[in-house]
Design a protein around this ligand. Structure first.
Ligand SMILES: Cc1cc2nc3c(=O)[nH]c(=O)nc-3n(C[C@H](O)[C@H](O)[C@H](O)COP(=O)(O)O)c2cc1C
Length: 187
């Protein structure tokens, strides 16, 4: 389903790497967004390591910006690599910052996850770890479709373009499901 209702999505890639497959998959998602959906890409590169002493003095500007973007978005799209069977520390660090009181911007937000990894299982384990953390924060992940891009190097060209039509179809289906879920959630 795609349609006339406007849905805004904040996309976050869990990799800071210049040639990141996950950042490339997120850029592809921006291009594949169904009618009515607009995906904005959040910048996590300036977020410092979480420190309760820093938090006590106020959110750093990069965190405040992301918190505001999460709050303003109708839904989230998280695109994560798998590091040692989990999500990268940089992504967990961002989640930890955004989750801190007074308000909790993730609560009740529809969300989708996808990921690309060098391994055969295409971030499956990282995605389930992410889902586990986000249960506590009450983020509402879609259960399906699952988009797990294994052997990532075979799916992207040197310029970071997705060259696999099957994966493009999967991403499109995921975004359509997210659109539908978000329209429902908005009531
Ligand atoms: C610290 C570290 C741990 C990794 N652990 C895994 C892993 O558990 N499973 C996997 O499939 N790939 C693993 N990889 C390889 C990543 O899938 C690969 O580096 C991938 O390109 C990272 O995503 P990116 O291209 O978006 O940066 C690991 C890479 C790093 C740097």
């Amino acid at each position: 389903m795609s349609g006339s209702e406007a849905v805004t999505v904040l996309g976050i890639s869990g990799s800071l790497r210049q040639g990141s497959y996950n950042a490339a998959a997120l850029r592809e998602a921006v291009r594949l967004a169904p009618q009515g959906m607009k995906i904005q890409i959040g910048d996590i590169s300036e977020v410092p390591l979480y420190n309760e002493d820093v938090y006590a003095k106020g959110f750093p500007p990069a965190v405040e910006r992301l918190r505001e973007q999460v709050r303003a978005a109708d839904a989230l799209l998280i695109v994560t690599p798998e590091y040692n069977y989990s999500i990268p520390g940089v992504l967990k660090n961002v989640i930890d910052w955004i989750s801190r009181p007074p308000d909790q911007p993730f609560a009740a937000k529809p969300a989708a996850v996808m990921g690309a990894s060098a391994g055969r299982f295409g971030t499956a384990r990282a995605q389930y770890h992410l889902r586990q953390s986000m249960v506590y924060l009450d983020l509402r992940f879609l259960n399906r479709p699952e988009v797990m891009i294994g052997n990532a190097g075979e799916h992207f060209d040197a310029a970071g373009n997705l060259i696999d039509e099957q994966t493009r179809k999967q991403i499109r289906r995921l975004l359509e499901a997210l659109y539908e879920q978000t329209v429902k959630a908005k009531g």
